[in-house]
Design a protein around this ligand. Structure first.
Ligand code: PGA
Length: 251
């Protein structure tokens, strides 16, 4: 593990009503009350944000959102702006999750617009990148990540990226029970950090937290966190119960 402060983030995807989300958040806040070694975040659905924000009040768990739109307001039916998120107490926002890229047509260009909107609103963006199984099999993992990182950060300067978080989530490891080996993950994390140093500065690369995501569980978090360039985790399935997620927080 590095000197960067770990971030353990839960992505609740399209699970939990607002009441259910608030109940899990309260339970979690209590279980991790004594955990001060890491930043902790949970991202409920939009309808759960206000209730979860209340439930997390005075806790050491921060509120995250799973998506946003890049415009401030307007005729964009079904969309949510950065300002609406901050008004609900949101601190972090997940951008470009592979499910959004796969099922909702997100591209590096839309990810880039969302990154800009999030940063302008003072949100901490968690930008997701990751290769598919066929890309990995074709030996394209690093070129794919190169394109996603450069595309997502296009036009953004170092001063805007002081709160940047990147999540490396191999698509083939999400919700499948297959985790990348710690060596596979470390290789990609080190590559992304080197890329950030090339694109920006060594300082920015060293300060950026790079999370691993894809079937993270209480049983595999410790070995992942032992790797030099893994600074935390973005957890889906295992974040849905306060008990499992608190064990991951306490890796
Ligand atoms: P998983 O999801 O932990 O259920 O694999 C991770 C994610 O999609 O962020």
């Amino acid at each position: 593990m590095s000197e960067r402060r770990p971030l353990i983030a839960g992505n609740w995807k399209m699970y939990k009503t607002s009441n259910e989300a608030a109940a899990t958040a309260s339970e979690l806040a209590e279980l991790v009350d004594d955990a001060d070694h890491a930043d902790i975040m949970v991202a409920p659905t939009f309808t759960g944000l206000d209730a979860v924000s209340l439930a997390l009040n005075n806790s050491n768990v921060s509120l995250g959102a799973q998506n946003l739109h890049w415009e401030k307001e307007g005729a964009f039916t079904g969309e949510i702006s950065a300002g609406m998120l901050t008004a609900s107490g949101v601190i972090y926002v997940i951008i470009g999750h592979s499910e959004r890229r796969q099922y909702f047509g997100e591209t590096d260009e839309t990810v880039n617009k969302k990154m800009r909107a999030a940063i302008e609103a003072g949100l901490r963006p968690v930008m997701c990148v990751g290769e598919t199984e066929s890309e990995r099999d074709a030996g394209q993992t690093l070129p794919v990540l190169d394109k996603q990182v450069r595309g997502g950060l296009k036009g953004l300067v170092s001063e805007e990226l002081t709160r940047l978080v990147i999540a490396y989530e191999p698509v083939w490891a999400i919700g499948t029970g297959k985790t990348a080996t710690t060596e596979q993950a470390q290789e990609v994390h080190a590559y992304i950090r080197k890329l950030l140093a090339e694109m920006y500065t060594r300082d920015l690369a060293d300060a950026t937290r790079i999370l691993y995501g894809g079937s993270v569980k209480p049983a595999n978090i410790a070995e992942l966190m032992a790797m030099e360039d893994i600074d935390g985790a973005l957890v889906g399935g295992a974040s849905l119960t306060a008990d499992a997620f608190s064990q991951i927080v306490k890796f």
